[in-house]
Design a protein around this ligand. Structure first.
Ligand SMILES: [Zn+2]
Ligand SMILES: [Zn+2]
Length: 131
């Protein structure tokens, strides 16, 4: 529960669960605005899914933010194809070159299906967040 990272526009990324007991997002999804975000009880506006505001502005294949381990998060499209969960490892990422990191880097992708942003833990060592 809480931030798992931050988007380039300063909005927090949250994981695929709603609330403190890992409830699925099914009910929370109804409260998402047209940009794919919503505020919490703690008044933290956040994204659990693709941040449509950013992917519309920057592109579906753009760098969208960073998770708490410092590795980048990219949009749902790569080389003109939609990335699916089966393209990614257990953390919801993989390593290769990107426009921003020509030497190659581990990175996460946002996809259309649960867990959307981050999988089972982080690739690197996560930092902490003050809510
Ligand atoms: Zn939420
Ligand atoms: Zn990739």
């Amino acid at each position: 529960m809480g931030s798992i990272g931050v988007a380039l526009n300063g909005v927090s990324f949250f994981n695929q669960y709603a609330g403190p007991n890992n409830q699925p997002l099914t009910n929370e999804i109804n409260s998402f605005d047209q940009y794919g975000g919503h505020p919490t009880g703690q008044k933290v506006y956040h994204y659990h899914l693709e941040p449509y505001y950013l992917t519309t502005k920057q592109g579906d294949d753009a760098l969208l933010g960073f998770l708490l381990d410092g590795f980048p998060v990219y949009g749902p499209v790569e080389n003109g194809e939609r990335v699916t969960n089966s393209d990614l490892d257990e953390y919801h990422g993989h390593s290769h070159q990107t426009d921003d990191y020509p030497d190659g880097i581990y990175h996460y992708h946002i996809t259309d299906a649960d867990p959307y942003i981050n999988g089972n833990g982080y690739f690197g060592t996560p930092g902490t967040v003050t809510q």
